[in-house]
Ligand binder design. Sequence first.
Ligand code: CO
Ligand code: ZN
Length: 329
Amino acid sequence: MNILKLLEELTQVNSPSGNESDIRSFISSEVSPYCDDVTVDAMGNIIAHKKGKGKKIMFAAHMDEIGIIVKSIDDKGFIRFSALGGLNVRNLVNLRVRFLNGTEGVIGAQEEAFKDKPALDKLFIDIGEKDKSEAEKKVNIGDAAVFEGGFSENNDIVISKALDNRAGCAIIIKALSEIKDNENDLYFVFTVQEEVGLRGAKTAAFSINPDIAVAVDVTDTGDTPDAPAMAVEMGKGAAIKVMDRSVICDPDVRVKMIETAKENKIPYQLEIMTDGGTDAGAIHLSRAGVKTGGISVPTRYIHSPSEMVSIGDIENCAKLVYNLAISEW
Ligand code: CO
Ligand code: ZN
């Protein structure tokens, strides 16, 4: 399986939180050849099961991406919107958005948008229609859009929208495709609505009730000019999560990850991310608690249309997931 090609295809599907149907069909058909069964639960999570007699291990990657949702349309056809996920208002002006029906627009800003603290309600989307009724022929309340951000590669580096978290999806698909005879009972889960509060992971973890869980997602880096202090660097290997704002990872799982990386000569680094959470946050609090860890792809410019990752890091994350899946726990 060519992970670069898979990653390109995954990132170019438009599926913001709550609107995951296109990415769900794409991933379902990718994983079905490698699984005993693939089901979709009421929330829309994909649960791909590869049966085994050993420990029940859940690998989770969220498949939604950040975006926006239409709140109202004014008489002149300008669209007001809310965020689907954590948007940095300062970075939104003049970006292009694409609605799921293909309609494109540009984000504009009123003068007062940046007067005090940046205000999302002083931004609007212009789809170029002359008034409200013309605009409503293309876009309606509740319609969602994503940021435009094509895929480009240069040696080890990839730039694209939605690497958060199609990178994680690519990693667990790749690992799954390589597993032959597994002793462990393996669940590969592609969750919905992570960006709006880890929602899909919550119900998926409840229904699977795993012994061990691993969330695969992106993490910030501390390696650009004036970046906040953080030990993670792009290109330095799989990041093994110690903690983020949503979880303190289970120490046994963390140690197992480190040992597995060492045994298999997989470059790794330790991650503490102070600025965000992951599905691990919801999973470890499921039922009476789940021993949970995290594997992360060091990513620059997260939640922008130009996220940047190293393909080498992604391959190393996939190796780590594969080796954890087949190892004895
Ligand atoms: Co995110
Ligand atoms: Zn993410």
